[in-house]
Design a protein around this ligand. Structure first.
Ligand SMILES: Cc1ncc(COP(=O)(O)O)c(C=O)c1O
Length: 381
C-alpha cells in the first residue's frame, strides 16, 4: 500500500469551522423534544463545578459589570500560573484556547507562509492558518494500529520551510497522546535542522486542551525550547467551556511576542472571577476526572459489546470506526433521531468512516448504549 500523501491546502478560500446542528435544528429536523437532546459532539464535561452557582449567587466579581475586566487579568493570571506551575510572565489569557490559537496565528503566520498539521487533528489549526492567507501542510499521522502517532520524519521534512507546527496531545479527534518522548525528539530535531540551515526553529504550538485527563504536561519543555507555546484551557477537564477561558504558556519573551495580538478584555468579568476561583480550587478536577475514567471504560465496553469498533482513549471522548462512510452516516442519522448528537467527519475527511463521541453522564451514556444495541439488533434481524 502506498503511503498517504502530504497535502497542501489553498489559502485563497479559508476553511471555516463547521459545527454539528444546534439543539433547535436537531429538534426541528428530527422531531425530538429539545430538552432531551444530548451533545456527544463537543468534548465538554456535562456538569459545571458547584462553585459556579455560589459565585453567581454572591454576585461579587473582579470588577462591577459596568466596567471592563482588569486589563492584565492579574488575579486570573496568578491563579493559572500557580496551577500550571509557571511564572506569571509566562502566561497569556485568551477567550478560550481558540482565541489563543488565533493570537498565535496572527503573531507568527504570515501570508504566503506554511504551517504543518499532523493530520487528522483539531480543525481550528487549519482555519487559523488559512485565515492568515497561509497554506496548511497536512502530514498524515500513522494509523490507528500505531496509536495515530505523528510521523516524526515526515513532519521534520515538511517543517524545513514552515513557520508554525500545530501539535495536539492528547490529540483531538484520535483520543490518544503522542508516544512518550516523541515531542521532545521532534523539538530537538527541529532545532538541529534549523541550526544546520542557519535559520530560527519554527514555532511549535502544543495544544494540551485535554492534558488533565492524562495528568501529564510538557510545559516544562519551554525552558529548553523557547520556540514552544503550550495551550491550555478550562473548557474540558474543569467543565467550564461556557466561560471561554484559555491560556498560552511559553517563555516570557514568547509571551511578549504574542501579547500585542491579544484583544483587550475579551474575557468577561464574570468569566475572570469564576475561572480564577476554579483554578485555585483543588477539588474540582478530581471528581470530574474520576467520572470520565469510570464512564469511558463503561461506555467503551458496552459499545464494543454492541459490535462497534471503539478506539482506545485517554481523553473525555472516544473515536468509533464504523467501517465505511455510509455506515457512519447511517449511524449518525439513527442517533440524531433519538436526540443524540455525534461528531461527524465530512466525506473526504480521513476519518469519514468514524464518529467521535463525548463521554457524558451515566444516564446520557446509557441512551447512547441503548441506541447502539438497538442498531445491532436491527442489523441482525
Ligand atoms: C484540541 C482542542 N483545542 C482547543 C479547543 C478549544 O478550546 P476552548 O473551549 O478553550 O476554546 C478544543 C475544543 O474542542 C480542542 O479540542
Amino acid at each position: 500500500m502506498s503511503p498517504t500523501p502530504v497535502t497542501f491546502s489553498s489559502p485563497t478560500a479559508p476553511a471555516s469551522y463547521s459545527w454539528e446542528a444546534t439543539n433547535e435544528e436537531v429538534a426541528a429536523r428530527y422531531d425530538v423534544d429539545l430538552r432531551t437532546i444530548v451533545r456527544f459532539d463537543l468534548n465538554t464535561s456535562p456538569t459545571p463545578p458547584a462553585l459556579v452557582e455560589r459565585l453567581l449567587a454572591a454576585g461579587e466579581f473582579d470588577a462591577p459589570l459596568s466596567e471592563y475586566p482588569p486589563s492584565d487579568y492579574r488575579r486570573l493570571v496568578a491563579a493559572a500560573a500557580a496551577r500550571y506551575d509557571v511564572g506569571t510572565n509566562e502566561l497569556l489569557v485568551g477567550a478560550g484556547a481558540d482565541e489563543i490559537l488565533d493570537v498565535i496565528a496572527k503573531a507568527f503566520i504570515a501570508p504566503g507562509s506554511r504551517a504543518i498539521v499532523p493530520s487528522p487533528s483539531y480543525a481550528m489549526y487549519r482555519v487559523c492558518t488559512e485565515q492568515r492567507g497561509a497554506t496548511v501542510v497536512a502530514v498524515p499521522r500513522r494509523g490507528a494500529s500505531q496509536s495515530w502517532a505523528l510521523d516524526l520524519d515526515a513532519v521534520r521534512v515538511a517543517a524545513r520551510d514552515a513557520s508554525v507546527i500545530w501539535l495536539c496531545s492528547p490529540n483531538n479527534p484520535t483520543a490518544l497522546s503522542e508516544p512518550d518522548g516523541l515531542i521532545d525528539d521532534l523539538l530537538a530535531a527541529l532545532d538541529a535542522d534549523a541550526a544546520d540551515d542557519g535559520r530560527p526553529a519554527p514555532i511549535v504550538v502544543l495544544d494540551e486542551a485535554y492534558a488533565e485527563f492524562v495528568g501529564t504536561s510538557l510545559v516544562r519543555l519551554r525552558v529548553r525550547y523557547p520556540n514552544l507555546i503550550v495551550v491550555r484551557t478550562i473548557s474540558k477537564a474543569y467543565a467550564l467551556a461556557g466561560l471561554r477561558v484559555g491560556f498560552a504558556i511559553g517563555r516570557p519573551e514568547m509571551i511578549a511576542q504574542l501579547n500585542p495580538y491579544r484583544p483587550p478584555g475579551s474575557v468577561s468579568v464574570v468569566s475572570v472571577t469564576i475561572a480564577t476561583e476554579a483554578l485555585l480550587d483543588d477539588t474540582i478536577l478530581d471528581s470530574n476526572l474520576e467520572r470520565v475514567v469510570r464512564e469511558r471504560a463503561r461506555l467503551t465496553d458496552a459499545l464494543r459489546t454492541a459490535g462497534w469498533s471503539v478506539g482506545a482513549s485517554v481523553a473525555n471522548f472516544v473515536l468509533v470506526d464504523l467501517g465505511s462512510p455510509q455506515r457512519a452516516s447511517t449511524v449518525a442519522e439513527a442517533l440524531l433521531t433519538r436526540g443524540l448528537v455525534p461528531r461527524t467527519f465530512g466525506s473526504g475527511h480521513p476519518l469519514a468512516q468514524h464518529l467521535r463521541l463525548t463521554v457524558r453522564d451515566p444516564h446520557e451514556n446509557d441512551r447512547l448504549i441503548e441506541a447502539a444495541q438497538d442498531l445491532a439488533k436491527e442489523a441482525s434481524a
